[in-house]
Design a protein around this ligand. Structure first.
Ligand code: ATP
Ligand code: MG
Length: 424
């Protein structure tokens, strides 16, 4: 007997109908049920030939359980390893390589420092970023959204650079993407199951939630075929067994907007009866197919062409390289491009300016600065009240990152404010 399990969170309509449909088919040697977990032991197989995962994006414990299950032979839909590695920005980049149109998109570092990091952790980041170029490439209006996320959370539509900076300030530690807005005449959301079954659903994102699938756009058959072929191409590349891809149509070109939905919405109340029936039937038949093909104790996961080609290539090059090991010449090292302002020092002095020892002010006049700290500041290149007066939170942090002691004094004692008064 081969068991098909489904792992899910708060949703009800899809998991229940999926289990019911498989069992109704009454196929010899196949049964479906909700997954039950009462213990997870390393390298121990589960009782399931196939598990459909609808929730591990929200429950890390489940993701780890599924990786262990996959190692021991369960065909997990979708591949938990790939799902852990994947995010929307990579997806966009892969789409470009696969020849599927996507809006111009850039990745942005999080506005706030991630937990347990400071300015000193970002020596590799130019400050400021090349905003002019970024804005020129993306244009306005633009969308800003998390590089990994879903459910329209933290999705902003931005009118101009000022609007961008004010919203970017709200994004905390989230890593965001800034993306060209596609002014669309039609929009589609497409299920893709098993990298072979596609259902294109007309979708109007500007409608209220319950009416989004209540839409119809007239488009030529050619364009419909192109959408279907792009859906397959993206899912073959990524290796997802169950996903949705969204397209916005502008000037007859389908731009892929959102195609990292490995637990796509399949609730009857949002997708409607017809789409629901299709997704239940297709997912049930596909899960049965995977259960029948599953070989206990082996890798039964799907891997996209991006991964499988990369592995083939690296295995191929190892085989080729092996006999000529000695003859391999080291390629001359490429000259590294000079970093714009790659260390804390250059980031600091690009803001406060350089000064010479000859123009030195008596920094000991700043409350909290004694001879020792003054010496340290001088060694860094900070000599004048003029320089100190230009310091802000970032610069205090940069100075702190270069100090071995007395950290935090600049901000605590408001050196910049004091320096401004001393200069009067
Ligand atoms: N570049 C864009 N051009 C035009 N519209 C966009 C663009 N990006 C996002 N949108 C609009 O914002 C909506 C939400 O964006 P997106 O689908 O990327 O976010 P999400 O959080 O993944 O949403 P979900 O997973 O619920 O579909 C889209 O359905 C679309 O209507
Ligand atoms: Mg979406």
């Amino acid at each position: 007997m081969k068991k098909i399990g489904i792992l899910y969170g708060q949703e009800r309509s899809f998991p229940e109908a999926f289990i019911k449909r498989i069992n109704e088919k009454n196929i010899d040697g196949i049964v479906a049920e909700a997954v039950t977990i009462d213990k997870v032991m390393q390298a121990e197989p589960t009782e399931y030939a196939v598990i459909i995962d609808r929730i591990s994006q929200d429950v890390p414990f489940y993701r780890a359980y599924l990786k262990n299950a996959a190692l021991c032979g369960t065909a997990v839909i979708n591949n938990p390893f790939w799902w852990s590695a994947d995010e929307k920005f990579f997806n966009n980049a892969l789409a470009v390589k696969l020849g599927v149109p996507v809006p111009n998109t850039v990745l942005l570092p999080s506005k706030d420092h991630p937990e347990d990091t400071t300015a000193a952790s970002f020596s590799n980041l130019a400050f400021p970023l090349d905003w002019d170029n970024i804005f020129e490439y993306v244009g306005f209006p633009a969308f800003m959204k998390p590089f990994a996320g879903g459910g329209w959370k933290h999705v902003y539509k931005l009118e101009d650079a000022e609007d961008f900076f004010s919203k970017y300030n709200e994004t905390g530690q989230l890593v965001m993407m800034l993306q060209e807005a596609i002014d669309f005449t039609a929009y589609f959301r497409c299920y893709c199951i098993g990298r072979k079954h596609v259902r294109v659903m007309h979708y109007e994102p500007r409608n209220p939630h319950h009416l989004r699938y209540d839409a119809h756009f007239n488009i030529p058959d050619e364009l419909m075929k192109q959408i279907e072929s792009f859906v397959l191409k993206l899912n073959e590349g990524l290796g997802y067994d169950f996903n949705t891809v969204e397209f916005a149509i502008r000037d007859g070109v389908p731009y892929a907007i959102d195609f990292c939905n490995p637990a796509p919405d399949a609730d009857i109340n949002s997708v409607g009866q017809e789409n629901f029936d299709w997704v239940v039937e297709t997912a049930a038949s596909y899960a049965i197919e995977r259960a029948q093909a599953q070989k206990p104790g082996q890798d039964n996961l799907s891997w996209g062409t991006f991964m499988s080609d990369a592995i083939k290539q690296s295995v191929g090059s190892q085989v080729k390289a092996a006999p000529q090991k000695k003859a391999v010449k080291k390629a001359p090292a490429k000259k590294a491009a000079p970093a714009k302002s790659a260390d804390p020092k250059s980031a600091l002095f690009s803001k406060i300016g350089e000064a010479k020892a000859a123009d030195k002010d008596d920094l000991k006049k700043l409350k909290g600065v004694g001879p020792k700290l003054e010496k340290m500041l001088n060694e860094m290149g900070i000599y004048t009240f003029g320089q100190v007066s230009k310091m802000g939170k970032k610069e205090y942090e940069l100075v702190d990152s270069m100090l071995t002691s007395f950290k935090g004094r600049g901000q605590r004692d408001d050196w910049a404010g004091q320096a401004k008064k001393l200069m009067k």
